[in-house]
Design a binder for this molecule. Structure first.
Ligand SMILES: [Zn+2]
Length: 205
């Protein structure tokens, strides 16, 4: 082959690499298990006519509906109101091996003044460092959007320590606090939370 044709081929290879490479990165899939806490006979926290199991299911349904990022593949531990033991949830998670498990809950406290979001990760998880980084990103995003968010907490909740991948529990707010309760029951506020969660997940890789 002539030297000039070699050079031409190298140039073609270099330019196509430059164009194809970022596209490949863009298309990298992000697998996420969305875990709606509780379900069926297990209502979770309840306050007046509201129940934790219902609120988290509503928000997860919205996350699924609003997501336009085709790189994100969602998997669900439950998409209907049914009871699923914790071990069944982590068995499912460990079969999928997603990039993240996001478990949604709402909180309750004997003190009605306690309010705000909380994020939990487990130091007993072998993905602790990564879980913590992801939780920090979520925390920052919500703080920047004027949500009240506590420091990230360490807890040995089953789903956190038994998932063999990064896992974060997000407590969306306190049903025992009037303001949080009002927000969590609001269709519009649920929409905002769902959209914010999609934003956070989109930045995972
Ligand atoms: Zn819960």
């Amino acid at each position: 082959m002539k030297n000039s044709s070699k050079l031409f081929l190298i140039l073609i290879a270099l330019t196509s690499f430059a164009f194809i490479s970022p596209k490949k990165l863009e298309n990298k899939q992000i697998n996420v298990v969305l875990d709606a806490g509780h379900g069926g006979k297990d209502f979770g926290a309840t306050q007046d006519e509201l129940s934790e199991k219902q609120i988290v299911e509503q928000i997860i349904t919205k996350i699924k509906a609003f997501n336009k990022n085709k790189n994100i593949i969602f998997h669900f531990t439950r998409s209907t109101d049914r009871f699923i033991p914790l071990q069944d949830r982590t068995d499912f998670i460990n079969t999928i091996k997603p990039d993240l498990v996001l478990s949604l809950h709402t909180n309750a406290s004997p003190n009605s003044n306690t309010s705000g979001m909380e994020f939990y990760v487990s130091k007993e998880s072998n993905s602790y460092e990564q879980s913590n980084l992801i939780a920090e990103n979520f925390q920052t995003k919500f703080l920047n959007s004027n949500y009240k968010v506590a420091e990230i907490k360490n807890a040995n909740f089953y789903i956190l320590k038994k998932s063999e991948v990064p896992a974060v529990i997000m407590e969306l707010g306190y049903l025992t606090n009037e303001n949080d309760k009002k927000n969590l029951a609001s269709n519009n506020e649920q929409n905002q939370i769902a959209k914010k969660i999609i934003e956070c997940i989109s930045e995972l890789k």
